[in-house]
Ligand binder design. Structure first.
Ligand SMILES: NC(=O)c1ccc[n+]([C@@H]2O[C@H](COP(=O)([O-])OP(=O)(O)OC[C@H]3O[C@@H](n4cnc5c(N)ncnc54)[C@H](O)[C@@H]3O)[C@@H](O)[C@H]2O)c1
Length: 345
């Protein structure tokens, strides 16, 4: 059970104790096993299974709603080695999950990503530079980009990483099932998601990685983009994502077939440099940050979500600001230091 899935499951069960909630995971992600105790304590059923294998779904039985949060979530996956596991899980696995949803006519909430937007298009975003970060400039030539961030009509032509491609291809199948089998579906394209119980690592989960390295006093690097640490992301607190999903589950008929960008937006965005300052303030530790000149493959300078469409349709917007996000992660690290030491240190 991964970071997003386990948090959504626990939050749903806490709010609706009468719901039967099943977590289905092959425990591929290191640290996911730590969630098992937590899930059990919260009354959530765990089934060990692999979304690549259709037969594994038989164990689950009938369900009313599926939140598809099982994936290989790293943008770097498959770029240096074989993309096979990534494609089998993120694309074929989603299709298997759609077969399963269709069998039970279960509603389907798909967690997609901002990485469906192509890297060459993101590279064309005009930006300015302040003391601590890159910012989206007022003047832009592309559609779907303003100082509010990237909207759903941002151009979609161009390469986006194997990861982004598997998620976009999955989205296409979600749409087909919606149109031709009558499944009720909704797609949320999230930027960075962060919060407690994320097993942050070098290639995925940057916010937790950053806080954890400060907490455990281990070094970090600014990579690429002039090594100033000014690259910017928005980050959505997983509790804020829960509020969106909590609205969408009972209201899915109102937004069925829709695709939304949903992220931290301008409410919660930071550059690495700003994140460093926050981590110093909250952990009280200052660590060595080295520089790696070459920009990493598939990396991007800036991503901020324009939440206008999702706010209009679902009445939802992100609420958590960066300081609270970092403080929540720090608190989680402190409370679970012994358990997390071997995974995040
Ligand atoms: N975390 C983010 O910043 C972020 C941002 C945008 C979108 N998303 C999407 O949200 C979803 C959840 O991501 P996360 O951050 O919780 O990642 P995560 O790695 O913490 O969780 C994914 C879970 O999927 C499981 N898994 C991997 N392959 C599997 C397979 N073949 N069969 C069954 N289970 C398998 C892993 O064991 C892991 O527990 C993903 O679809 C991801 O693409 C995440």
């Amino acid at each position: 059970m991964g970071f997003v899935g386990s948090n959504l499951a626990c939050s749903l069960k806490a709010k609706y104790p009468g719901y039967t909630i099943i977590a289905f995971d092959n425990l591929k992600r290191r640290g996911s096993e730590l969630n098992l105790t937590r899930l059990r304590e919260n009354g959530i059923i765990f089934i060990h299974g692999d979304i690549r294998n259709k037969a594994d779904f038989d164990e689950i039985g009938k369900v009313d709603c599926i939140i598809d949060a099982a994936a290989e979530p790293s943008v770097l996956a498959g770029i240096d080695g074989s993309p096979e596991y990534l494609i089998d899980t993120n694309l074929n696995g989603t299709i298997n999950t759609l077969y399963f949803a269709n069998k039970h006519k279960a509603d389907f909430i798909f967690l997609s990503t901002s990485r469906v937007y192509p890297i060459p298009q993101i590279d064309k975003i005009n930006f300015t530079e302040t003391e601590t970060r890159f910012e989206i400039a007022k003047e832009q030539s592309l559609s779907g980009i303003t100082t509010s961030g990237i909207a759903e009509n941002f151009p979609i032509e161009g390469a986006r990483s194997f990861y982004g491609a598997t998620k976009l291809a999955s989205e296409l199948f979600v749409k087909e099932f919606n149109e031709f089998t009558g499944l009720k579906t909704v797609i949320n394209r999230c930027g960075v998601i962060a919060g407690p119980w994320q097993m942050g690592k070098i290639d995925q989960g940057v916010t937790v990685l950053w806080v954890a390295r400060h907490f455990f006093k281990k070094p970090l690097s600014y990579i690429g983009f002039g090594v100033t640490g000014k690259q910017v992301r928005d980050a959505l607190h997983v509790n804020d994502l829960f509020e969106l999903v909590d609205w969408q589950i009972p209201n899915i008929a109102k937004v069925s077939g829709e695709t939304f960008n949903a992220g931290g937006g301008n409410v919660c965005s930071f550059s690495l440099k700003e994140l460093t300052l926050l981590c110093q303030e909250i952990t009280g530790n200052k660590i060595e940050i080295t520089s790696v000149k070459e920009t990493r493959n598939a990396d991007i300078r800036i991503y901020i979500t324009d939440n206008a469409k999702v706010t209009k349709a679902c009445g939802w917007k992100p609420r958590t600001e960066p300081k609270k996000l970092v403080a929540d992660i720090y608190q989680w690290l402190k409370t679970n230091e012994i358990q997390l030491h071997s995974i995040l240190n």
